[in-house]
Ligand binder design. Structure first.
Ligand code: DSN
Length: 421
Protein backbone atom coordinates (compact mmCIF):
# COMPACT_ATOMS: atom_id res chain seq x y z
CA UNK A 1 0.00 0.00 0.00
CA UNK A 2 1.42 3.44 -0.93
CA UNK A 3 1.20 6.75 0.94
CA UNK A 4 -2.48 7.24 0.13
CA UNK A 5 -4.90 5.64 2.60
CA UNK A 6 -6.97 2.87 1.06
CA UNK A 7 -10.59 3.97 0.77
CA UNK A 8 -12.27 1.61 -1.60
CA UNK A 9 -12.42 -0.37 -4.76
CA UNK A 10 -9.08 -0.93 -6.38
CA UNK A 11 -9.50 -3.16 -9.37
CA UNK A 12 -5.77 -3.49 -10.01
CA UNK A 13 -5.33 -4.87 -6.51
CA UNK A 14 -8.05 -7.46 -7.08
CA UNK A 15 -6.44 -8.44 -10.37
CA UNK A 16 -3.13 -8.99 -8.65
CA UNK A 17 -4.53 -10.86 -5.68
CA UNK A 18 -7.35 -12.87 -7.24
CA UNK A 19 -7.20 -12.89 -11.02
CA UNK A 20 -9.95 -15.52 -11.25
CA UNK A 21 -12.56 -13.34 -9.55
CA UNK A 22 -11.21 -10.22 -11.29
CA UNK A 23 -11.82 -11.97 -14.60
CA UNK A 24 -15.47 -12.55 -13.65
CA UNK A 25 -15.86 -8.79 -13.06
CA UNK A 26 -14.21 -7.99 -16.38
CA UNK A 27 -16.31 -10.53 -18.25
CA UNK A 28 -19.54 -9.17 -16.77
CA UNK A 29 -18.57 -5.64 -17.81
CA UNK A 30 -17.81 -6.97 -21.30
CA UNK A 31 -21.17 -8.76 -21.35
CA UNK A 32 -23.17 -5.62 -20.58
CA UNK A 33 -21.06 -3.54 -22.94
CA UNK A 34 -21.45 -6.11 -25.69
CA UNK A 35 -25.24 -6.28 -25.76
CA UNK A 36 -28.49 -4.44 -25.20
CA UNK A 37 -29.86 -4.81 -21.69
CA UNK A 38 -33.64 -4.66 -21.75
CA UNK A 39 -34.48 -6.37 -18.46
CA UNK A 40 -37.01 -3.98 -16.92
CA UNK A 41 -35.81 -4.53 -13.35
CA UNK A 42 -32.12 -3.83 -14.01
CA UNK A 43 -30.07 -0.66 -14.34
CA UNK A 44 -26.49 0.62 -14.32
CA UNK A 45 -25.82 2.20 -11.00
CA UNK A 46 -23.48 5.18 -10.87
CA UNK A 47 -19.74 4.86 -10.15
CA UNK A 48 -20.36 6.85 -6.93
CA UNK A 49 -22.85 4.20 -5.77
CA UNK A 50 -20.35 1.48 -6.68
CA UNK A 51 -17.67 3.27 -4.65
CA UNK A 52 -19.88 3.32 -1.54
CA UNK A 53 -20.71 -0.37 -2.06
CA UNK A 54 -17.06 -1.34 -2.30
CA UNK A 55 -16.13 0.42 0.93
CA UNK A 56 -14.95 -0.52 4.41
CA UNK A 57 -18.47 0.07 5.72
CA UNK A 58 -19.12 -3.56 4.79
CA UNK A 59 -17.12 -4.51 7.90
CA UNK A 60 -19.33 -2.90 10.51
CA UNK A 61 -21.96 -4.66 12.57
CA UNK A 62 -24.71 -2.20 13.45
CA UNK A 63 -27.74 -4.14 14.62
CA UNK A 64 -30.34 -1.63 15.68
CA UNK A 65 -30.94 1.89 14.42
CA UNK A 66 -28.92 5.14 14.48
CA UNK A 67 -28.28 6.18 18.07
CA UNK A 68 -29.58 2.86 19.45
CA UNK A 69 -27.32 0.05 18.28
CA UNK A 70 -26.35 -3.20 19.91
CA UNK A 71 -22.65 -2.76 18.99
CA UNK A 72 -20.05 -0.18 19.84
CA UNK A 73 -18.31 1.94 17.24
CA UNK A 74 -21.43 2.73 15.22
CA UNK A 75 -21.19 6.52 15.47
CA UNK A 76 -19.73 6.80 11.97
CA UNK A 77 -22.07 4.40 10.14
CA UNK A 78 -24.96 6.06 12.00
CA UNK A 79 -24.25 9.12 9.86
CA UNK A 80 -24.64 7.10 6.67
CA UNK A 81 -27.98 5.67 7.80
CA UNK A 82 -29.27 9.05 8.96
CA UNK A 83 -28.35 10.53 5.57
CA UNK A 84 -30.15 7.70 3.78
CA UNK A 85 -33.27 8.06 5.95
CA UNK A 86 -33.42 11.85 5.69
CA UNK A 87 -32.82 11.86 1.95
CA UNK A 88 -35.45 9.15 1.34
CA UNK A 89 -38.02 10.97 3.46
CA UNK A 90 -37.37 14.25 1.64
CA UNK A 91 -37.29 12.71 -1.81
CA UNK A 92 -40.61 10.90 -1.39
CA UNK A 93 -42.33 13.19 1.11
CA UNK A 94 -42.67 10.27 3.53
CA UNK A 95 -43.18 10.49 7.28
CA UNK A 96 -40.84 7.57 7.97
CA UNK A 97 -38.23 5.55 6.07
CA UNK A 98 -36.50 2.30 6.87
CA UNK A 99 -33.47 1.78 4.64
CA UNK A 100 -32.26 -1.55 6.02
CA UNK A 101 -34.19 -4.22 4.02
CA UNK A 102 -31.73 -6.27 2.02
CA UNK A 103 -34.15 -6.68 -0.91
CA UNK A 104 -37.67 -6.02 -2.11
CA UNK A 105 -38.86 -9.46 -1.01
CA UNK A 106 -37.44 -8.79 2.45
CA UNK A 107 -39.16 -5.41 2.58
CA UNK A 108 -42.48 -7.13 1.84
CA UNK A 109 -41.84 -9.81 4.45
CA UNK A 110 -41.19 -7.07 7.03
CA UNK A 111 -44.28 -5.11 6.01
CA UNK A 112 -46.47 -8.22 6.32
CA UNK A 113 -44.88 -9.04 9.67
CA UNK A 114 -45.73 -5.52 10.89
CA UNK A 115 -49.34 -5.60 9.73
CA UNK A 116 -50.50 -9.23 9.76
CA UNK A 117 -50.58 -12.40 11.82
CA UNK A 118 -50.17 -15.80 10.12
CA UNK A 119 -53.53 -16.87 8.75
CA UNK A 120 -54.79 -13.32 8.16
CA UNK A 121 -56.39 -12.50 4.85
CA UNK A 122 -54.63 -10.33 2.29
CA UNK A 123 -55.74 -9.27 -1.18
CA UNK A 124 -53.02 -8.87 -3.82
CA UNK A 125 -52.36 -9.08 -7.54
CA UNK A 126 -51.86 -12.59 -8.92
CA UNK A 127 -48.35 -13.35 -10.13
CA UNK A 128 -49.52 -14.59 -13.58
CA UNK A 129 -51.28 -11.23 -14.07
CA UNK A 130 -48.20 -9.16 -13.22
CA UNK A 131 -47.93 -9.38 -9.41
CA UNK A 132 -44.89 -10.70 -7.54
CA UNK A 133 -43.99 -13.95 -5.81
CA UNK A 134 -44.32 -12.21 -2.45
CA UNK A 135 -47.88 -11.16 -3.29
CA UNK A 136 -49.24 -14.54 -2.25
CA UNK A 137 -47.77 -17.10 -4.62
CA UNK A 138 -48.16 -20.64 -3.27
CA UNK A 139 -44.42 -21.27 -3.70
CA UNK A 140 -43.55 -18.27 -1.51
CA UNK A 141 -43.86 -17.63 2.26
CA UNK A 142 -46.67 -15.18 1.53
CA UNK A 143 -48.88 -17.85 -0.03
CA UNK A 144 -48.00 -20.34 2.71
CA UNK A 145 -48.52 -18.13 5.74
CA UNK A 146 -51.49 -15.98 4.76
CA UNK A 147 -54.95 -16.54 3.43
CA UNK A 148 -54.43 -14.92 0.04
CA UNK A 149 -57.15 -13.67 -2.26
CA UNK A 150 -55.89 -12.62 -5.70
CA UNK A 151 -57.14 -10.09 -8.20
CA UNK A 152 -56.05 -9.77 -11.80
CA UNK A 153 -56.60 -7.82 -14.97
CA UNK A 154 -59.66 -7.93 -17.21
CA UNK A 155 -59.46 -10.23 -20.20
CA UNK A 156 -60.69 -7.55 -22.62
CA UNK A 157 -58.71 -4.47 -21.50
CA UNK A 158 -55.81 -6.21 -19.71
CA UNK A 159 -56.12 -3.49 -17.06
CA UNK A 160 -56.69 -3.92 -13.32
CA UNK A 161 -60.38 -4.38 -12.72
CA UNK A 162 -61.04 -2.02 -9.79
CA UNK A 163 -64.65 -3.23 -9.56
CA UNK A 164 -63.36 -6.77 -9.09
CA UNK A 165 -60.85 -5.58 -6.46
CA UNK A 166 -63.68 -3.85 -4.55
CA UNK A 167 -66.00 -6.84 -4.79
CA UNK A 168 -63.27 -9.21 -3.54
CA UNK A 169 -62.43 -6.81 -0.72
CA UNK A 170 -66.06 -6.54 0.36
CA UNK A 171 -66.51 -10.32 0.18
CA UNK A 172 -63.27 -11.38 1.92
CA UNK A 173 -62.66 -8.42 4.26
CA UNK A 174 -58.84 -8.57 3.96
CA UNK A 175 -56.70 -7.04 6.69
CA UNK A 176 -54.25 -5.89 4.00
CA UNK A 177 -54.60 -4.90 0.36
CA UNK A 178 -51.44 -4.97 -1.76
CA UNK A 179 -51.10 -3.00 -4.97
CA UNK A 180 -48.07 -2.81 -7.23
CA UNK A 181 -46.71 -5.17 -9.84
CA UNK A 182 -43.68 -6.41 -11.72
CA UNK A 183 -45.16 -6.76 -15.19
CA UNK A 184 -47.96 -4.22 -15.44
CA UNK A 185 -47.22 -1.50 -18.00
CA UNK A 186 -49.93 0.92 -16.88
CA UNK A 187 -50.32 3.42 -14.06
CA UNK A 188 -51.91 2.09 -10.90
CA UNK A 189 -54.76 4.11 -9.46
CA UNK A 190 -53.55 4.39 -5.85
CA UNK A 191 -56.48 6.65 -4.93
CA UNK A 192 -58.92 3.93 -6.02
CA UNK A 193 -57.04 1.34 -3.92
CA UNK A 194 -57.07 3.75 -0.94
CA UNK A 195 -60.84 4.14 -1.30
CA UNK A 196 -61.37 0.37 -1.34
CA UNK A 197 -59.04 -0.16 1.62
CA UNK A 198 -60.88 2.50 3.63
CA UNK A 199 -64.25 0.97 2.76
CA UNK A 200 -63.26 -2.38 4.30
CA UNK A 201 -60.91 -1.09 7.01
CA UNK A 202 -57.78 -2.67 5.47
CA UNK A 203 -54.20 -1.47 5.46
CA UNK A 204 -52.93 -0.47 2.02
CA UNK A 205 -49.45 -1.54 0.96
CA UNK A 206 -48.01 -0.30 -2.34
CA UNK A 207 -45.13 -2.43 -3.59
CA UNK A 208 -43.53 -0.02 -6.03
CA UNK A 209 -40.22 -1.86 -6.43
CA UNK A 210 -40.40 -1.34 -10.18
CA UNK A 211 -41.61 2.24 -10.34
CA UNK A 212 -40.06 3.99 -7.33
CA UNK A 213 -37.45 5.62 -9.58
CA UNK A 214 -40.13 7.01 -11.87
CA UNK A 215 -41.93 8.38 -8.80
CA UNK A 216 -38.69 9.90 -7.50
CA UNK A 217 -38.24 11.70 -10.81
CA UNK A 218 -41.87 12.83 -10.99
CA UNK A 219 -42.52 10.86 -14.18
CA UNK A 220 -45.53 9.05 -12.70
CA UNK A 221 -47.76 9.80 -9.67
CA UNK A 222 -46.43 8.73 -6.28
CA UNK A 223 -48.03 6.06 -4.08
CA UNK A 224 -46.78 7.71 -0.90
CA UNK A 225 -49.79 10.01 -0.28
CA UNK A 226 -52.17 7.05 -0.49
CA UNK A 227 -50.54 3.95 0.99
CA UNK A 228 -49.96 3.21 4.68
CA UNK A 229 -46.79 1.37 3.70
CA UNK A 230 -44.71 1.63 0.52
CA UNK A 231 -42.09 -1.05 -0.17
CA UNK A 232 -39.48 -0.63 -2.86
CA UNK A 233 -36.13 -1.70 -4.24
CA UNK A 234 -33.23 0.65 -4.83
CA UNK A 235 -31.62 -1.06 -7.82
CA UNK A 236 -34.24 -0.80 -10.54
CA UNK A 237 -35.32 2.49 -12.15
CA UNK A 238 -33.98 4.31 -9.05
CA UNK A 239 -30.45 3.32 -10.18
CA UNK A 240 -29.10 2.65 -6.70
CA UNK A 241 -27.43 -0.38 -5.11
CA UNK A 242 -29.14 -3.76 -4.90
CA UNK A 243 -31.41 -3.48 -1.89
CA UNK A 244 -34.80 -2.60 -0.49
CA UNK A 245 -36.54 0.02 1.58
CA UNK A 246 -39.82 0.87 3.26
CA UNK A 247 -41.68 4.17 3.60
CA UNK A 248 -44.61 4.47 5.96
CA UNK A 249 -46.74 6.75 8.07
CA UNK A 250 -45.50 7.97 11.45
CA UNK A 251 -48.22 5.79 13.01
CA UNK A 252 -46.58 2.62 11.65
CA UNK A 253 -42.94 3.66 12.05
CA UNK A 254 -42.15 1.70 15.22
CA UNK A 255 -43.96 -1.42 13.98
CA UNK A 256 -42.11 -1.37 10.66
CA UNK A 257 -38.73 -0.78 12.31
CA UNK A 258 -39.26 -3.66 14.75
CA UNK A 259 -40.39 -5.92 11.90
CA UNK A 260 -37.19 -5.23 9.91
CA UNK A 261 -34.97 -5.58 12.98
CA UNK A 262 -35.02 -7.71 15.08
CA UNK A 263 -37.91 -9.68 13.58
CA UNK A 264 -36.64 -10.61 10.09
CA UNK A 265 -33.09 -9.26 9.78
CA UNK A 266 -29.95 -9.04 11.86
CA UNK A 267 -27.17 -6.61 11.04
CA UNK A 268 -27.86 -4.11 8.26
CA UNK A 269 -25.44 -3.98 5.32
CA UNK A 270 -23.94 -0.58 6.08
CA UNK A 271 -22.05 -0.31 2.79
CA UNK A 272 -25.38 -0.82 1.00
CA UNK A 273 -27.09 1.68 3.30
CA UNK A 274 -24.41 4.27 2.43
CA UNK A 275 -24.87 3.48 -1.26
CA UNK A 276 -28.62 3.96 -0.86
CA UNK A 277 -27.90 7.41 0.61
CA UNK A 278 -25.82 8.20 -2.49
CA UNK A 279 -28.61 7.00 -4.78
CA UNK A 280 -31.30 9.04 -2.96
CA UNK A 281 -29.01 12.06 -3.29
CA UNK A 282 -28.58 11.46 -7.02
CA UNK A 283 -32.31 10.96 -7.48
CA UNK A 284 -32.97 14.33 -5.84
CA UNK A 285 -31.14 16.19 -8.60
CA UNK A 286 -32.85 17.81 -11.60
CA UNK A 287 -30.92 15.49 -13.97
CA UNK A 288 -32.71 12.54 -12.44
CA UNK A 289 -36.12 14.06 -13.19
CA UNK A 290 -35.01 14.30 -16.77
CA UNK A 291 -33.80 10.69 -16.68
CA UNK A 292 -37.08 9.35 -15.25
CA UNK A 293 -39.15 11.13 -17.90
CA UNK A 294 -36.84 9.83 -20.64
CA UNK A 295 -37.21 6.25 -19.34
CA UNK A 296 -40.97 6.48 -19.92
CA UNK A 297 -40.68 8.22 -23.31
CA UNK A 298 -38.19 5.56 -24.37
CA UNK A 299 -40.45 2.73 -23.25
CA UNK A 300 -43.26 4.24 -25.30
CA UNK A 301 -41.03 4.54 -28.38
CA UNK A 302 -39.88 0.93 -27.95
CA UNK A 303 -43.42 -0.30 -27.45
CA UNK A 304 -44.66 1.48 -30.57
CA UNK A 305 -41.80 0.11 -32.66
CA UNK A 306 -42.56 -3.42 -31.46
CA UNK A 307 -46.28 -3.03 -32.17
CA UNK A 308 -45.54 -1.97 -35.75
CA UNK A 309 -43.69 -5.28 -36.17
CA UNK A 310 -46.66 -7.35 -35.00
CA UNK A 311 -45.50 -7.78 -31.39
CA UNK A 312 -48.66 -6.95 -29.49
CA UNK A 313 -48.25 -4.77 -26.37
CA UNK A 314 -50.44 -6.10 -23.56
CA UNK A 315 -53.03 -3.41 -22.68
CA UNK A 316 -52.15 -1.63 -25.92
CA UNK A 317 -49.13 0.34 -24.68
CA UNK A 318 -47.22 1.58 -21.68
CA UNK A 319 -47.16 4.52 -19.28
CA UNK A 320 -44.12 3.29 -17.35
CA UNK A 321 -40.62 1.93 -17.92
CA UNK A 322 -41.71 -1.43 -19.31
CA UNK A 323 -43.80 -3.12 -21.93
CA UNK A 324 -45.23 -6.61 -21.87
CA UNK A 325 -45.42 -8.17 -25.30
CA UNK A 326 -47.81 -10.89 -26.43
CA UNK A 327 -45.97 -13.06 -28.97
CA UNK A 328 -48.88 -15.27 -29.95
CA UNK A 329 -49.53 -13.34 -33.19
CA UNK A 330 -46.02 -14.40 -34.28
CA UNK A 331 -46.46 -17.98 -33.06
CA UNK A 332 -43.25 -17.80 -31.03
CA UNK A 333 -43.09 -18.62 -27.30
CA UNK A 334 -41.52 -16.34 -24.71
CA UNK A 335 -38.73 -18.86 -24.05
CA UNK A 336 -37.89 -19.09 -27.74
CA UNK A 337 -37.98 -15.30 -28.19
CA UNK A 338 -35.69 -14.85 -25.18
CA UNK A 339 -33.22 -17.32 -26.72
CA UNK A 340 -33.35 -15.73 -30.19
CA UNK A 341 -32.76 -12.27 -28.72
CA UNK A 342 -29.86 -13.55 -26.61
CA UNK A 343 -28.25 -14.94 -29.76
CA UNK A 344 -28.56 -11.48 -31.29
CA UNK A 345 -26.95 -9.73 -28.28
CA UNK A 346 -30.21 -8.54 -26.72
CA UNK A 347 -30.98 -9.50 -23.12
CA UNK A 348 -34.64 -9.58 -22.09
CA UNK A 349 -36.83 -12.00 -20.17
CA UNK A 350 -39.71 -14.23 -21.07
CA UNK A 351 -42.77 -13.31 -19.07
CA UNK A 352 -46.26 -14.66 -18.58
CA UNK A 353 -48.97 -12.54 -20.14
CA UNK A 354 -52.44 -12.37 -18.56
CA UNK A 355 -54.43 -15.58 -19.18
CA UNK A 356 -51.29 -17.17 -20.63
CA UNK A 357 -51.95 -20.62 -22.10
CA UNK A 358 -48.26 -21.56 -21.72
CA UNK A 359 -46.61 -22.68 -18.45
CA UNK A 360 -44.41 -20.16 -16.54
CA UNK A 361 -41.14 -21.68 -17.83
CA UNK A 362 -42.26 -21.16 -21.45
CA UNK A 363 -44.78 -18.27 -21.50
CA UNK A 364 -46.35 -16.46 -24.45
CA UNK A 365 -44.66 -13.14 -23.78
CA UNK A 366 -41.54 -11.14 -23.18
CA UNK A 367 -41.01 -8.13 -20.93
CA UNK A 368 -38.82 -5.24 -22.05
CA UNK A 369 -37.74 -2.18 -20.09
CA UNK A 370 -35.73 0.97 -20.67
CA UNK A 371 -33.91 1.91 -17.41
CA UNK A 372 -30.54 0.56 -18.65
CA UNK A 373 -30.58 1.90 -22.19
CA UNK A 374 -31.72 5.31 -20.91
CA UNK A 375 -28.82 5.40 -18.45
CA UNK A 376 -26.59 4.69 -21.45
CA UNK A 377 -27.91 7.88 -23.06
CA UNK A 378 -30.26 6.45 -25.67
CA UNK A 379 -33.36 8.40 -26.70
CA UNK A 380 -36.61 7.61 -28.53
CA UNK A 381 -34.89 7.49 -31.93
CA UNK A 382 -32.51 4.77 -30.74
CA UNK A 383 -35.34 2.94 -29.01
CA UNK A 384 -37.21 2.77 -32.30
CA UNK A 385 -34.17 1.07 -33.74
CA UNK A 386 -33.96 -1.22 -30.70
CA UNK A 387 -37.60 -2.22 -31.26
CA UNK A 388 -36.87 -3.06 -34.87
CA UNK A 389 -33.86 -5.15 -33.82
CA UNK A 390 -35.83 -7.07 -31.16
CA UNK A 391 -38.58 -7.80 -33.67
CA UNK A 392 -36.08 -8.88 -36.31
CA UNK A 393 -34.33 -11.18 -33.83
CA UNK A 394 -37.63 -12.82 -32.90
CA UNK A 395 -39.07 -13.02 -36.41
CA UNK A 396 -35.98 -13.69 -38.52
CA UNK A 397 -33.44 -15.60 -36.40
CA UNK A 398 -31.45 -16.37 -39.58
CA UNK A 399 -30.38 -12.72 -39.71
CA UNK A 400 -28.67 -12.85 -36.31
CA UNK A 401 -25.25 -11.84 -37.65
CA UNK A 402 -26.65 -8.67 -39.18
CA UNK A 403 -28.57 -7.84 -35.97
CA UNK A 404 -25.45 -8.31 -33.87
CA UNK A 405 -23.61 -5.81 -36.07
CA UNK A 406 -26.40 -3.24 -35.69
CA UNK A 407 -26.47 -3.79 -31.92
CA UNK A 408 -22.71 -3.24 -31.83
CA UNK A 409 -23.06 -0.02 -33.82
CA UNK A 410 -25.64 1.31 -31.33
CA UNK A 411 -23.47 0.34 -28.39
CA UNK A 412 -20.37 1.92 -29.90
CA UNK A 413 -22.03 5.28 -29.25
CA UNK A 414 -23.85 4.37 -26.01
CA UNK A 415 -21.58 2.40 -23.70
CA UNK A 416 -22.28 2.02 -19.98
CA UNK A 417 -19.54 2.94 -17.51
CA UNK A 418 -17.57 5.17 -19.81
CA UNK A 419 -18.29 8.32 -17.80
CA UNK A 420 -19.39 9.32 -14.31
CA UNK A 421 -22.97 10.27 -15.24
N1 DSN B 1 -37.15 -10.06 -10.10
C1 DSN B 1 -37.81 -8.78 -10.19
C2 DSN B 1 -38.26 -8.49 -11.58
O1 DSN B 1 -37.55 -8.81 -12.50
O2 DSN B 1 -39.32 -7.92 -11.77
C3 DSN B 1 -38.89 -8.63 -9.22
O3 DSN B 1 -38.44 -8.99 -7.98
Amino acid sequence: MGEQPYYGPDFNLLQRQDPEVAQVLLDELDRVRGGLQLIASENFTSPAVLAALGSTLTNKYAEGYPGRRYYGGCEVVDRAERLAIDRARRLFGAEHANVQPHAGATANLAAYAALLQPGDTMLAMALPHGGHLTHGSKVNFSGRWFDVVSYGVRRDTELIDYDEVRELALRHQPKLIVCGATAYPRLIDFAAFRGIADEVGAWLLADVAHTIGLMAGGAIPSAVPYADVVTFTTHKALRGPRGGGILCTAELAAKIDRAVFPFIQGGPLMHAVAAKAVAFGEASRPEFRDYAHKVVANAQALCEALAVEGMRPVSGGTETHLALIDLRPLEVTGAEAERRCADAGITLNRNAIPYDPEPPAITSGVRVGTPCVTTQGMGPQELKEVGTLVAQAVRYPDTVVEIRERVKALLAIHQPYLSEY
